[in-house]
Design a protein around this ligand. Structure first.
Ligand code: FAD
Ligand code: DLZ
Ligand code: SF4
Length: 509
């Protein structure tokens, strides 16, 4: 019988993957490959590479146990061709396969490589998402603005999650206004459930240490789940221990609590170990059982069937050039402190330090600390995008680039965000305890001690006045700026310029 190849990528570790559903276990051959091209096209965090390789090895074993013929290439196999397409060609020759079936990759770069590969490749839809490309396109068709909230309501109706008939549970679609509490004094959880590395994980850790030990990020301690079973346990642990307060403290940041009440399930959903719908159903069940309040359940489910589906829709709707957009014309190089160099800004230092340690920072750290700073300072969004893609364990371009280029850097001109996510130090001070340990003073607006977020906030608004002053959501900010007396405005701008000069000169700022 003729064998086709069935490609399973490192973020496609799902038993219900469309390519596996379409394949014939008796005749087709599954190809999985650890390849240097995927590991190095950006310098991924060592923890991320280890998570992917370990989960791939265990998934391959499960498929084999289930009767599949799996041809698995380890990174250091002498015959490893070093790229996905190279490995497909090698395996096609090995088993005389006339073609490949695969599920659509989450990145235009790889879709293109497969489309134009010298072996015939049939790309199937990735139906692990709630909305197909066609459904998103239909929703987007003819709309002036593609706002997540309206798309989210469609997804609620489609899935029936938190619905009572055709009405939203609790009579409201969105409980976000209850989800902005400052950090609590009594944090009742100590992070997510971690797992001791077993033999397979240890083998991968040694490999990653050897080959990618020079990438930014700490490889050890390594505690990510690497099987579906473990990921389900991590999800259950979150639902029981952290979800009840997830909503309340979703936006808070605390120095001693890197995870607060967040789920840390994105690395598992995005590699395919967990499905988005089952995660939401576990959360809905906890609400139905009376174990968690509606603001927690709704807030969490919105992130997944709302934001996660919506950003994927945008990535595929907007096309391959999307990650390169730069409508604000920002061109400053990404400062060295994003890669661990010293900075006096305690908030940035903490967010980056935690990223180096864990390959994780939660949404508000990504958006309102590292993202906010890059936008205020006018950093080239392409470099910001590469950084986010490299350093987070959950980062794949389909989800990372709309969040970074669109939501965080406003480089898409407002496709995703109706206004730029910028703030002065006051927001960070309200939502965190970072400012207490900072050598800058958050209450100081000008001079040597002034919090750089305060200086750069006004600098950003001033230099982009033409684009934003007519934005209805930014009118108040401009009115406040315009009410300041001219001398003060000049001092703020001069101090911001001189701070940026010191940044560019490589001083520790
Ligand atoms: P929780 O806060 O517990 O949220 C639950 C789940 O909701 C997450 O696991 C995730 O699957 C989903 N979710 C929440 N917000 C978003 C969002 N904006 N977009 C997509 N899914 C979301 N998320 C990624 O999965 N990969 C990325 O590469 C990524 N890059 C980001 C870059 C920037 C600049 C910003 C601002 C956000 C980014 N996010 C990304 C979204 C969000 O920060 C992460 O999903 C979240 O921090 C993951 O941690 P968690 O599982 O503890 O999330
Ligand atoms: C991210 C990643 C890494 C680091 N390594 C591999 C790999 O060796 N083999 C593989 O099949 N996939 C890997 N991946 C995931 C791919 O980069 C991912 O499938 C694409 O970026 C599309 O989302
Ligand atoms: Fe960050 Fe400014 Fe607070 Fe320092 S004072 S931690 S720089 S917001």
């Amino acid at each position: 019988m003729v064998s086709r190849l069935v490609l399973v990528l490192g973020d496609q570790l799902s038993r219900d993957l469309s390519a596996l559903k379409k394949a014939d276990k008796d005749s087709d051959v599954v190809v999985m490959a650890e390849v240097v091209e995927e590991a190095e096209y950006v310098s991924h965090h060592p923890k991320k590479i280890a998570l992917i390789f370990a989960a791939m090895r265990k998934f391959a074993q499960e498929l084999q146990d289930d009767g599949w013929d799996v041809r698995y290439s380890k990174l250091d196999d002498p015959d490893n061709a070093g790229s996905i397409v190279g490995e497909l060609l090698r395996r096609a020759e090995e088993v005389a396969a006339p073609g490949v079936i695969c599920t659509e990759p989450g990145e235009w770069r790889l879709i293109d490589k497969l489309k134009y590969a010298p072996v015939k490749t049939h790309i199937l839809n990735d139906d692990r998402f709630i909305a197909s490309h066609a459904e998103f396109e239909d929703w987007a068709e003819g709309r002036k603005a593609l706002r997540m909230e309206y798309f989210y309501r469609e997804m609620r109706r489609k899935t029936g999650l938190l619905m009572e008939g055709d009405k939203p549970a609790g009579d409201k679609w969105n409980f976000d206004h209850e989800n902005r509490k400052a950090a609590p004094d009594d944090v009742t959880v100590d992070g997510p459930l971690w797992f001791e590395p077993d033999e397979t994980v240890e083998e991968v850790l040694a490999l990653v240490e050897d080959r990618f030990g020079d990438h930014f990020g700490d490889l050890r301690p390594f505690g990510f789940a690497t099987t579906r079973q473990e990921a389900l346990e991590a999800l259950a642990y979150f639902v029981k221990h952290a979800l009840p307060r997830f909503g309340d403290y979703q936006d808070a940041m605390l120095q001693g609590h890197q995870y607060l009440y967040h789920a840390v399930v994105s690395p598992y959903i995005n590699t395919g170990l967990l499905g988005p719908l089952e995660v939401c159903q576990a959360v809905e069940k906890a609400w139905k059982n009376g174990d968690v309040p509606i603001n927690a359940a709704e807030g969490f489910i919105r992130q997944i069937i709302g934001w996660r589906e919506y950003v994927r829709g945008i990535y595929f709707l907007e096309g391959p050039e999307y990650p390169q957009r730069n409508v604000l014309g920002h061109s400053r190089d990404l400062p060295a402190f994003y890669w661990g160099a010293e900075t006096r800004m305690n908030c940035v230092s903490h967010a980056v330090g935690q990223t180096r340690e864990q390959a994780y920072a939660h949404h508000i750290q990504r958006l309102m600390v590292t993202g906010n700073f890059a936008l205020l300072a006018g950093v080239d969004p392409g470099q910001v995008h590469e950084w986010y893609l490299a350093v987070y364990a959950d980062a794949y371009e389909w989800v990372e680039s709309p969040n970074t280029v669109g939501m965080s850097q406003f480089a898409d001109g407002g496709v995703i965000a109706s206004k730029p996510y910028v703030s002065s130090g006051a927001y960070i001070n309200r939502m965190s305890d970072y400012c207490k340990g900072c050598s800058y003073k958050v209450s100081v607006k000008t001079g040597e001690d002034a919090c750089p977020f305060n200086l750069l906030y006004w600098h950003f608004l001033d230099r982009h006045r033409e684009r934003f002053s007519n934005n209805a959501r930014m009118g108040n900010m401009y009115r406040t700026w315009d009410r300041m007396d001219e001398d003060r405005r000049e001092t703020v701008l001069r101090d911001a310029e001189s701070w940026l000069k010191r940044l560019d000169a490589g001083e520790v700022v």
